[in-house]
Design a protein around this ligand. Structure first.
Ligand code: C2O
Ligand code: CU
Ligand code: CU
Length: 498
């Protein structure tokens, strides 16, 4: 793929004529854990926990779990025993309370990715550590004007994030739209990937795989291998797609169907956008409207070239170069039966705030870089390396993560412009907690419409400029690469609003 088309894709853009889509959600071990899911199985949906009277109160246990993946028994880690964990449905203005317990052997914590909530105390605080056997009570208060949309939750304990998400710890948060698009049904489709070893445990991840960002052999939708979803011709569905893979980028298409993007990370679009493909970096979400046409379609994830370490190594290395694999089938979409009545036009969404009209109080440049660690020979000796000393360094502005250090000090209530520079040969999907960002320029070109995201891909040797409105909250939180191996290896910084 040319760099240009890649950049367009990674901007959640669309191209060409035809049809594309994304797919599938489901709770995989729906009835007692004895069933084997996989080809030809109906796409399951995770259990839904919905708020009432402005509050959603729940207990969430992160613990080892035994589930079926395809025909195999897998020993994973899951929230409340299911993969994905329960879907949490709240409304703008609601309070979400989570009594979290850690049944794992490593420390963990909980992050509500994309929610615009306080980072302090028992809010969305990435510095909390919940030891094995311990509990912690979280409370997240959504502002009344919180954007409706598809968000997600996952662990965020530095050093364990990639391992825990890869092992199965993730779930969806839906902030309901007071003025929803009429649809026959909506589905969540959580795409994840993992590699199981011979005994059904998550496989060991080698140092080169961590540096590249691990990609699992098996790609799942709601914990299922190639499930099947069915609809009648003319039915409109809303698919809430989450890329929960630690490192894998997804370039999704749904042959034979028309797809419209109705929302991205940070909420609904003013008008849905027709597209043939949608690209999701790790952490990104897309809300897709599918107006079902008769026939059988496949939701596939095509490979994405996200760069490699070859440029640093003086040669290719084993496990290098994702993006060279074959497309992966994720889901079969079966549309048959009597045609239903036309669901009518999609009502317009809200008009979006445009920070280009708001002068920035400060401008900053952040440099995302990789350097060679100790003991890294040029001759491809990496496969035999052991221990952290053998790792390349992953830095922002030349420094690895230090939770005690405040890297960026911002004034609450102001707009800032951040230029994200990637001086490495691999893409880095950059994510800021609490405050969504508006992409202003990418590759030196202005983005015409207000494009709001919370994970922004910064291509290898490229740069992206965003504006951030540090509204509502004070406190300290983080920004990082959402290739979670990179985050665990140090590509994370702290920001304090005061
Ligand atoms: Cu989805 Cu800081 O994370
Ligand atoms: Cu996040
Ligand atoms: Cu990265």
């Amino acid at each position: 793929m040319s760099p240009l088309s890649r950049r367009q894709l990674l901007a959640l853009g669309a191209a060409g004529a035809g049809a594309a889509a994304v797919g599938g959600a489901g709770l995989w071990w729906s009835s007692g854990g004895g069933e084997s899911l996989g080809d030809g199985r109906e796409l399951a949906q995770p259990e839904v926990l919905a708020g009432r009277g402005g509050v959603l109160d729940l207990a969430l246990a992160a613990a080892p779990a035994e589930v079926r993946i395809g025909a195999r028994t897998a020993h994973v880690q899951a929230y409340n025993g299911s993969l994905p964990g329960p879907t949490l449905r709240v409304r703008p203005g609601d309070t979400l309370r989570v009594a979290m317990t850690n049944g794992l052997e490593a420390p963990t914590n909980l992050h509500v990715h994309g929610l615009h909530v306080s980072p302090r105390a028992n809010g969305d605080n990435p510095f909390v550590s919940i030891g094995p056997g311990e509990s912690f009570d979280y409370e997240f208060v959504l502002p009344e004007d919180h954007p409706p949309g598809t968000y997600w939750y996952h662990p965020h304990h530095h050093g364990h994030v990639a391992d825990q998400i890869a092992a199965g710890l993730y779930g969806v948060i839906v902030v309901e739209d007071p003025d929803p698009v009429p649809v026959a049904r909506e589905r969540v489709l959580v795409v994840s990937d993992l590699t199981l070893d011979g005994s059904g445990e998550p496989a060991e991840v080698s140092p080169p795989q961590r540096m590249m960002g691990r990609e699992g052999e098996t790609v799942l939708v709601n914990g299922q291998v190639r499930p099947e979803a069915t609809a009648a011709p003319g039915e409109r569905e809303l698919w809430r797609v989450v890329n929960a893979c630690p490192s894998r980028y997804l370039r999704l298409s749904l042959d034979g169907q028309e797809l419209r993007l109705s929302g991205r990370d940070a909420g609904r679009l003013t008008e849905p956008v027709e597209l043939t493909e949608v690209a999701l970096a790790p952490g990104n979400r897309a809300e897709l409207l599918v107006d079902a046409r008769e026939g059988t379609s496949r939701l596939t994830a095509a490979p994405v070239d996200r760069g490699s370490m070859a440029g640093m190594m003086g040669g290719a290395m084993p496990g290098d170069g994702p993006g060279t694999d074959e497309p992966v089938d994720l889901l079969t979409f079966q549309v048959t039966g009597d045609r239903v009545r036309d669901p009518g036009p999609v009502p317009p969404g809200p008009s979006l705030r445009d920070l280009r009209d708001e002068p920035p109080a400060a401008r900053r440049t952040l440099d995302f870089a990789m350097g060679m660690g100790m003991g890294m020979g040029m001759g491809g000796t990496m496969g035999g390396m052991r221990g952290p000393g053998a790792m390349a360094s992953f830095t922002i502005d030349g420094r690895g993560f230090d939770p005690e250090r405040t890297d960026q000090q911002v004034r609450a209530g102001t707009v800032e412009e951040w230029t994200l520079v990637n001086s490495s040969p691999m893409d880095h999907p950059v994510h800021l907690h609490v405050w969504p960002v508006q992409v202003v320029t990418e590759g030196g070109r202005e983005v015409p419409e207000p494009r709001w995201l919370d994970v922004v891909n910064v291509p290898a040797f490229g740069e992206v400029t965003v504006r951030v409105a540090f509204d509502d909250f004070t406190g300290r939180t983080v920004y990082h690469c959402h290739i979670l191996d990179h985050e665990d290896l140090g590509m994370m910084g702290t920001v304090e609003a005061r």
